[in-house]
Structures are given as C-alpha cells and as structure tokens.
Design a protein around this ligand. Structure first.
Ligand SMILES: NC(=O)c1ccc[n+]([C@@H]2O[C@H](COP(=O)([O-])OP(=O)(O)OC[C@H]3O[C@@H](n4cnc5c(N)ncnc54)[C@H](OP(=O)(O)O)[C@@H]3O)[C@@H](O)[C@H]2O)c1
Ligand SMILES: *[C@@H]1O[C@H](CO)[C@@H](O)[C@H](O)[C@H]1NC(C)=O
Ligand SMILES: *[C@@H]1O[C@H](CO)[C@@H](O)[C@H](O)[C@H]1NC(C)=O
Ligand SMILES: *[C@@H]1O[C@H](CO)[C@@H](O)[C@H](O)[C@H]1NC(C)=O
Length: 295
C-alpha cells in the first residue's frame, strides 16, 4: 500500500518536473519592477528579465550598485530594452509610492511586480531584550509593510494589465526555523496577506496572478555570511546551496506561468512543505538537526 502511494507520488513529482511549458516570448516587452535588486537573487532576476526582453526598473538603497545592474541589463537585453533604477529605502513608506510612480513614468505601467527585498539582519536567538523588540519593528516595516504598500500603489496598474505579483518567500515562511524568528514571521505574514488577496481576486474575477516563491538555501553573499558568522558550519556543509541565477530563473518562470506557488529546489522543498502538516514534529526535527546552538 505505502509502496504504491510512494510510487504514485514519485511519478507525479517527476512527471510534473519534466513538463516545461515555459514560453520565454511571453515576457517580451513586459514592464517589470524588481525590489532588492542591487545584489543577490533580485539582481539575477533583473538580468533574466532583461535577457528575455522585458523592460525593468530596479530598486534598492545603493545607487552605485543599481547603476551597475542597469548597465549589465543593457548588455544582456535587446537593443530596444529599457532599464531604469530608483533608489529607495523600504523602511520609508512614502518611498514605496515614489518607486511605483517612477516605474509608471518610465515604463508606462507595471505588468509584473517582483517583491524580493529584505532587511539584512544577523541570525540570533530571541531572548526578549529591548534590542530584539526594536529590530522586530524595523524588520516588519521593510520585509512586510513595504510589500503591502508597494502592492497598493501598483494594484491599479497591475489590474489594468492583467499583470502578476511575484512574492519571494522562503521555507522559513512555511516552517519555523531557528535563529530567524522575526524574518520567519514576516514571511508567514506575506503568505497570509497574499493568500487572502488571491482569494479576493478570484472571487471578483480579477485577473492578477500571485506567485508565492518558497525557496531553500541560496548561495548569496549575505546568506552565506550570515550563516558563517553565526557558526552554522554544519548546515553549510550538509545543505547544498542553490545558485542565485538558477533560483532567479525559477522565480521568473513561475511568475510568467502565473503559478500559485513555486518551490526551489523543487523536490526537497515541496516534500518538506507537504510533510509539514502530516508529520510536523518529524519535519521540525529534520530541520533542527542541521542547526548548531552557538556557545
Ligand atoms: N539567500 C537565501 O538563502 C534565501 C533563502 C530563502 C529565501 N530568500 C529570499 O530571497 C530574497 C532575496 O534574498 P537575497 O539572499 O538575494 O538577499 P540579499 O543578497 O541580502 O539582497 C537583499 C536586497 O534587498 C535590498 N535591501 C535591503 N534593505 C533594504 C531597504 N531597507 N530598502 C530597500 N532595499 C533594501 C538590498 O540592497 P541595498 O542594500 O542596496 O538596499 C539587496 O538588493 C529575500 O526575499 C529572501 O528572503 C533567500
Ligand atoms: C521618506 O521618503 C520621502 C520621499 O523620498 C522623503 O521626503 C522623506 O524625507 C523620507 N523620510 C525619512 C525619515 O527618511
Ligand atoms: C536578541 O538580543 C540579544 C541581546 O540581548 C542578542 O544577543 C540576540 O542576537 C538578539 N536576537 C535577535 C534575533 O536579534
Ligand atoms: C484583461 O483580461 C480581460 C478579461 O479576460 C480582457 O477583456 C482584457 O482585454 C485584458 N486586458 C489586457 C490588457 O490584457
């Protein structure tokens, strides 16, 4: 019985994995905004869109880095590609409006909004200190509130274009992981907010897709540094990190296919999220096994 179920499951997963219905042409001429795109996964997302013929506005805090990303997009994209940047601090909600305004002014609208930025914070244990509490506010503003504000400003444009919202989340947004209390909370909050919004869109026949991207460890500089600085050498040894570029492509494809959720790397992350509700303690202890308590 179990063998049959397992065989069926493997068949479904492998079959699904083999289907490649991504038509890269659908992104040609699309007007895209990518947040947190001065480095890491966001930067690579911008490059994939550029290569596939979309026009892109990148945004983050560091102007020099954004200028370089725009330059690289010009090299990768077609001659008529249009690439812009807008510096903004996502801790400041008025800045979220200016980003979308700039995108509309430069690109004439927004077809795809990729919400990707996060406030970089060190890993740490929650002990209820005032320092922990003030960090909670800052992280909630940047990682959650700014996503809601950006969505609200972009919504009329996305509706007009039957566009897409692509939200970059994490396995930590489906299963609590140690040393990331507030980060994990903001990713769960995004799941709740955008899950509810998707239901409203369906109810009223609004044709804006919402893709939640559930991703595992990706070898960006900040992620690897964060784990190393907190002594998570065992995890780094055991868990192969995906490349930022492959991860970015999975996100871009998922958005273009208007998928409800994507998982990357597919097999391990999908399996973990499926098992989460059937065998939570097993999944939690499997995850816990990878982490080391700092001394
Ligand atoms: N890397 C992983 O292992 C991993 C795993 C699961 C999920 N994810 C998710 O993938 C996404 C990207 O992660 P990443 O590893 O690529 O991160 P990253 O390399 O640290 O990049 C973060 C981006 O956000 C920008 N940013 C930070 N604070 C900002 C602020 N206050 N206002 C505006 N922009 C700000 C940064 O640019 P500036 O400094 O120039 O502002 C940078 O462009 C995140 O949503 C993350 O949760 C990553
Ligand atoms: C927030 O952004 C707006 C618009 O760019 C700016 O006028 C304002 O000074 C910023 N506020 C802070 C606290 O930086
Ligand atoms: C919480 O505050 C303590 C100091 O009391 C600090 O060592 C720890 O890293 C903080 N945790 C987080 C998650 O920021
Ligand atoms: C959006 O979808 C509606 C209904 O499917 C359609 O009538 C409209 O032309 C579409 N608009 C665009 C810009 O594709």
């Amino acid at each position: 019985m179990w063998k049959k179920i397992l065989a069926l499951f493997i068949g479904v997963v492998v079959g699904y994995w083999l289907i490649d219905d991504f038509n890269p042409d659908v992104l040609r001429g699309k007007r895209v905004v990518v947040t947190g795109s001065s480095t890491g996964i966001g930067e690579q997302i911008a490059y994939h869109y550029a290569r596939l013929g979309a026009s892109v506005l990148v945004t983050a805090r560091r102007e020099a880095a954004l200028k370089q990303v725009v330059q690289r997009c010009k090299e990768l994209g077609p001659k008529d590609g249009r690439y812009f940047y807008k510096t903004a601090d996502m801790a400041n909600m008025s800045a979220t409006k200016l980003v979308i305004q700039e995108a509309v002014r430069r690109l004439g609208g927004v077809d795809i909004l990729v919400l990707n930025h996060i406030l970089p914070i060190p890993l740490g244990m929650f002990d209820g200190s005032p320092q922990n509490l003030s960090l909670t506010d800052a992280v909630l503003d940047v990682n959650f509130k700014a996503y809601v504000h950006l969505t609200s400003h972009a919504l009329p444009h996305l509706v007009a274009a039957n566009g897409s919202l692509v939200v970059v989340s994490s396995l930590a947004g489906k299963i609590g992981q140690p040393f990331t209390t507030t980060y994990s909370a903001t990713k769960f909050a995004l799941d709740g907010f955008f899950g509810s919004l998707r239901q409203e869109f369906r109810l009223k026949g609004c044709d804006v897709s919402i893709t939640m991207c559930v991703i595992g460890l990706v070898g960006t500089e900040s992620a690897l540094r964060g784990l190393r600085d907190f002594g998570q050498h065992y995890l780094l040894e055991m868990l192969p990190a995906e490349t930022p570029s492959d991860t970015a492509l999975a996100i871009v494809r998922g958005g273009a296919l208007r998928r409800r959720e994507i998982y990357h790397p597919y097999l391990s992350i999908r399996l973990m999220t499926l098992l989460r509700d059937w065998a939570p303690e097993m999944v939690e202890s499997m995850n816990r096994y990878l982490y080391t308590l700092p001394n």
